[in-house]
Design a protein around this ligand. Sequence first.
Ligand code: SAM
Length: 414
Amino acid sequence: MRIDVVTIFPDYLAPLSLSLPGKAQASGLLDLRVHDLRNWAHDRHRTVDDTPYGGGAGMVMKPEPWGAALDAITASPPSADPAVDSPVDPPADSRADSRTGGQVPLLVVPTPAGEPFTQRMAAQLARRPWLIFACGRYEGIDQRVVDDAAGSMDVREVSIGDYVLNGGEAAALVVTEAVVRLLPGFMGNASSLAEESHGDAGLLEYPVYTKPPTWRGHDVPPVLLTGDHGRIAAWRCAESLRRTAERRPDLLPATATVALDGVEVTPVLATRADAGELWTLQQACWLVEALANDTLDIPALHEDLEDVVEGLHEWRTYVVREGARLIASVRGRLDGDTWHVGRLMVAPDLRGRGIGRHLLAFVEGQAPPNARRCELFTGAGSADNLRMYRRAGYRPVRDQPADAGVRLLAKRLQ
Ligand code: SAM
C-alpha cells in the first residue's frame, strides 16, 4: 500500500517510522511518503492560509498550494519514481486516469465534520492500494480543494471523534495505524484481528490475563486455568457481551425486533446454555427436510449435542425466543470474503410467518465488513427454501457440489 501525507508539519508523522508501521515500511508492505505543503506555496513567506470569505475568526487553508500538491503527488502513481516532493507544474490534463497509473487514489481529509472513522472504515481503507491524507490546520481547507479532487479521485472526509484537534496530523496517524495493521501479512497472527474489539463479532473484547495466576490478591478467573477450550470460549463470549452491554450498548447487534404474525422476533447471540434446545430444533427441522428430500443422509440429523456445542464455537449463532421457548436460529461464519450462512431454522409450527426471511436478512446484515458474498446450502428437494432464497436474491453457483441432492446458492453483498 502507498500512503502519502500532506501537512505543514512533516515531523509530526515521524512516529510512523517506529514500531509496526515502521517494520511494514522496512518490509516493503507500506510505501509511506510525507510531503510538506509549503513546498507548493510560491510566495516569499510560503503562505498556505488566508482570511475566510464571509468573515469570522481564524484562517482558512488556501486552495492553490493544495491543488498543486495533489496534482504533483497523483502525477507519480505507486509504480512510478518516488521523488515528487518538489513543486512541479500541473500537467495539462490534470484529471486523466493515466496520471495515476490506473490506480485511483483515495483522498482522506480529516475533519471533525467528517463521517466517523470506524473499524469497518479501516477495513475498507485497507483494501485500497493508495491513500492520500490532506492534513488541515487553522479553520480547515478551502472546500473547493475537496470538491475539485472528487473529480479525479475518491474522497472521504473523516472524523476520528467528536472533539476538535488543532490539525489533521494526529488523525492521519490514527487512521494509518488502524489501516496498516489490517494489511495482509502485517500481523503475525491474523486471527487475533477477528477476535478483538470491533472485530467480526462487532463486540468489545473480553478481559485478558497473563501470568502470574494471583497478583496483589487478584486472581485470574478460574475458568481460564481449566484448559477446557469449550468453557473458556463460552466464558469469553459471555464477558464480551456483558462488557459491551455495560460500556457500549450501541454496539450490540441490531436486534431488529419485529413482530411477525403475532410472534416477536429478536435475534440474540446464542450461548452454551442454548445448545440443548438448538439440538432439539435441529432434529425437528431436518426431519422435515429429510421428508422433503427423501433422504436421511443429512449431516445436521446425525449430529450429537457435542457437535452442536462445537458449532457454537465455530460459528456466530443467533437464536430467537418466544417467551422461554427457543423457536428459531441461524448462524454465519466468515471464510475469506465469503460469509457462510447455515442452519436457518424455524420451529415447524411457526413457519409461514416470515420468521425465516427476517432471520436470513438479519444474518446477512451481521456479515463482517470484508465479506463480499453470502453462500448457503439447501436441499435440492426443499422447494419452499429454494423459493425463499431466490426471493432473497440467492442464485445457484456455477460449480455445484458433487452431491446432486444439495444446492449451493450465493448472493453478492453490497
Ligand atoms: N473549523 C473546523 C470545524 O469546526 O469543523 C475545525 C478545524 S480544526 C481546528 C483544524 C484541523 O484539525 C481540521 O481541518 C482537521 O484536519 C483536524 N481535525 C480536528 N478535529 C478533528 C477530528 N475530530 N477528526 C479529524 N480531524 C480533525
